[in-house]
Design a protein around this ligand. Sequence first.
Ligand SMILES: [Zn+2]
Length: 182
Amino acid sequence: MEDCKIQIKGLKDGKHDFTFPLDEKFFETFDNSLILKAQLLSTVELEKSKDWMNLSFSINGTVDVPCDRCLDPVTLPVSCSDSLPLREIRSESDAFNTDIVAIEPGAEDVDLSQLFYDYVCINIPLVRVHPDGGCNEQMIEKLNQLCGNKKNSGRPEDAVEMIDSVDSPFAALKDLLNNKEK
Ligand SMILES: [Zn+2]
């Protein structure tokens, strides 16, 4: 298990730098993660003052997720950064406040795993498909057959409607086939 903890007890005032590599083993510890592979580096600067702490971080690299068109892994870039105050939980709502990094009162360290996971997940590009021609043709063929079977099983006009209305993967498949005919 990857360790994304920073010791805060006894930390001197000033700026402290940390780096955390995040690979697929890191993401395996979270349920329902779509991330198949990861090559990410999280760079953290923790600034500590007498009365406050601030966490600045950036996460950069790539992740592999299933392609929305053919389901094979597709490599996508991830780049994000933020700056958040780090402070002890003072009220119940603090625990759910996403504008701070909350720590238990008197905690010796802070675990940044969930924070990193959340930032990576919301910063994966929304378009998750291979570049043109990069998809798994055999899988596309299987999806094509699936389309065909559904078309034969019911009324043809319903099948066409279904293919037009569904946004993925059938609409993407239709676009692909239309392009090939040209
Ligand atoms: Zn693909």
